[in-house]
Design a binder for this molecule. Sequence first.
Ligand code: ADE
Length: 226
Amino acid sequence: MRIDIITVLPEMLSGFVNTSILARAQKKGLAEIYIHDLRDYTKDKHRRVDDYPYGGFAGMVMQCQPIDDCISALKKERDYDEVIFTTPDGETFDQPMANKFSLHQNLIVLCGHYKGIDHRIREHLITKEISIGDYVLTGGEIAAAAIVDSVVRLIPGSISDEQSALSDSFQDSLLSAPVYTRPSNYKGWEVPEILLSGNDAKIKEWEMQQSYERTLKLRPDLLHKD
Ligand code: ADE
């Protein structure tokens, strides 16, 4: 899978995509992640990529030309499954969306900034507008990082135990059961006895029960989703 991220803050994302699971996935040849500095595509001699909005509104707006040129240059090289734009007024990102994206071959992620981007880009070039929650970030980079991370970790081989991606919270619309590690007694805080019993069937049953109870208590909305 290949992901091209377009941003005005490449330095914010370069450390992120070259660390941990994303670095490993790239080393293993499972993912290629490229960061493109939008300013490299502007025709403005001061490297500006934004301008004042028509209509006298407040804030600055990202202009069509650099975004169009960057996306066009990428599209000339290969076909893309989605051109994603990170924006607080997009569709809320969730696990099924991450699952779907992880099956794609090529993705573009355009990070929003300033007051927004010229709406014509959204109309003509963007295929998916995504928000990571009902709050406003300074820019779309953190949202892009969240999307890329959640997608790449789903590519088989990305994380050491494939099962663990499948048993993630949300993967079956339930939160995960609690997990514990050694020691079994820490300062008198005991690990549930069932987990030490060696009875796999009972442990599985306990895990499902816990998963359901935690979901009911913490995220009852998930139980009514399907
Ligand atoms: N840009 C600013 N806020 C955002 C959000 N909540 N999700 C995606 N992109 C954003």
